[in-house]
Design a protein around this ligand. Structure first.
Ligand SMILES: [Zn+2]
Length: 146
């Protein structure tokens, strides 16, 4: 079971993302550097990656993906709930305020039926691959909206 506590608001998240976009453009972005044109022109911030996909967020919490190759990067909006939750969870290493975009779990929200609340990829109810692969249904939250 994964619990999250939102210490941040969407307003602090918006401010944090805008500030980090300005910092990115000023200092080159560090580990996620090399995407200055996307960051500047589209107003997005790279926050995490998974295999060959780099994920970005904008100040409103909208999530975008950029698939390899990165030589001519193309941003693709992702509206999938599980993808957005995954990016908010894992992007917190870069932007802790992203937690504000994760809904508070309500009493009626069940454990994820696919991972049975573990947040990890499972087969037959057993976590496999040492838990290194996240659940595709809940984005590793461990619960779903319905
Ligand atoms: Zn799940």
């Amino acid at each position: 079971m994964i619990f999250t506590m939102n210490l941040h608001t969407r307003e602090t998240a918006r401010f944090a993302i805008k500030t980090r976009i300005a910092d990115y453009l000023a200092d080159g972005g560090g580990f996620f550097g090399g995407f200055d044109a996307l960051v500047r022109d589209r107003g997005v911030l790279p926050v995490c990656y998974d295999f060959r996909i780099l994920y970005f967020v904008d100040p409103e919490g909208d999530v975008f993906r950029c698939d390899l190759p990165y030589e001519s990067p193309v941003l693709i909006a992702t509206d999938t709930w599980s993808d957005r939750m995954w990016v908010y969870l894992h992007g917190r290493d870069q932007v802790p305020e992203l937690a504000a975009f994760i809904p508070e779990r309500q009493p009626g929200f069940p454990d994820c039926p696919l991972c049975r609340g573990t947040g990890k990829f499972t087969v037959g109810g057993r976590v496999i691959l040492d838990g290194t692969v996240d659940c595709l249904r809940c984005g590793s939250l461990g619960w779903v909206l319905d």
